[in-house]
Design a protein around this ligand. Structure first.
Ligand SMILES: [Zn+2]
Length: 140
């Protein structure tokens, strides 16, 4: 019996045809795809992918890769991800884009919902994660 492992990113596809190729080095085709692959990487402890897809020199770049990897490993171990929902992924403006998403995570005996708007940049044909985007202008 072979079980199909659903991808942690929530798309109704098996991991091996969804986020795994990106974890193995394929370029994400869109900021949303990169964001999903990073969520899956958190869920699976693929710390190498998280570091490799962070915009170098950006606010999320921690510099010291060994210490950074250790921090990420601890974060992955501490938190159990329970589901991702992409709320808004507008078409990129030139080489930058944002993706707004919500996820649920269990940590320290409780479950919490987080919402974030992430900023992505394209460099050398690849999207990378830069950091948390400024809040959207809200007209009410
Ligand atoms: Zn996936």
């Amino acid at each position: 019996m072979s079980a199909t492992i659903a991808c942690p990113c929530g798309r109704p596809r098996p991991y091996r045809t969804c986020c795994q190729p990106i974890h193995r080095g394929a370029a994400a085709r869109s900021p949303e795809e990169l964001m999903r692959s990073r969520y899956s990487a958190y869920a699976l402890g693929r710390v190498d992918h998280l570091i490799a897809t962070t915009t170098p020199g950006g606010p999320a770049d921690r510099g010291d890769q060994a210490a950074w990897a250790e921090e990420l490993r601890e974060a992955c171990a501490r938190m159990r991800l329970l589901g991702l929902e992409v709320l808004d992924a507008p078409a990129p403006t030139g080489d930058s884009a944002t993706v707004r998403f919500r996820f649920r995570a269990a940590a320290g005996g409780g479950v919490a919902t987080y919402e974030e708007r992430s900023l992505f940049h394209k460099r050398g044909g690849r999207w990378t994660y830069t950091g948390t985007a400024e809040p959207e202008a809200n007209d009410g």
